[in-house]
Design a protein around this ligand. Structure first.
Ligand SMILES: [Zn+2]
Length: 136
């Protein structure tokens, strides 16, 4: 998480991609992923199960982070552009297969983000148009 954060920041090529990284990291914090991880480790879960769970948290952070940056007024298309850029970069070589990694594969991540993109845009449009109440 924090390690990933510092590794990802230099890859951001504009404010929207910076918001992508920040949104992803804020999503980990909001979803209490660190404490979930500690609890899981203390429960003695086996390594493959832990990796699978970590990938689920990554995917959840991608999903929440996309909505956070979109609602903050950044360009959600840049989330996909950022991860495609990561995928095409030097970091893409020599990665372990997805089931041995705590991160989803880049293809998987980009595919999911593309699927969520229209929903994030529609939600922001509805919010801007006053069709989603703030809850107050
Ligand atoms: Zn993450």
């Amino acid at each position: 998480m924090m390690v990933v954060f510092t590794a990802l920041l230099p890859t951001a090529e504009n404010d929207d991609q910076l918001a992508t990284v920040l949104g992803h990291e804020m999503a980990h914090a909001l979803a209490h992923h660190a404490s979930e991880r500690v609890a899981r480790e203390q429960s003695g879960a086996n390594i493959l199960r832990s990796l699978s769970y970590a990938r689920m948290q990554e995917s959840e952070a991608d999903h929440i982070g996309l909505f956070l940056m979109t609602f903050a007024g950044y360009e959600p298309e840049q989330v996909v552009a950022f991860w495609e850029r990561m995928h095409s970069g030097a970091g893409a070589h020599g990665r372990p297969p997805e089931f041995l990694s705590d991160h989803p594969s880049d293809e998987h991540r980009v595919r999911d983000l593309r699927a969520w993109l229209p929903k994030a845009k529609a939600a922001k449009k509805a919010f801007d148009g006053g069709r989603i109440a703030s809850g107050r």
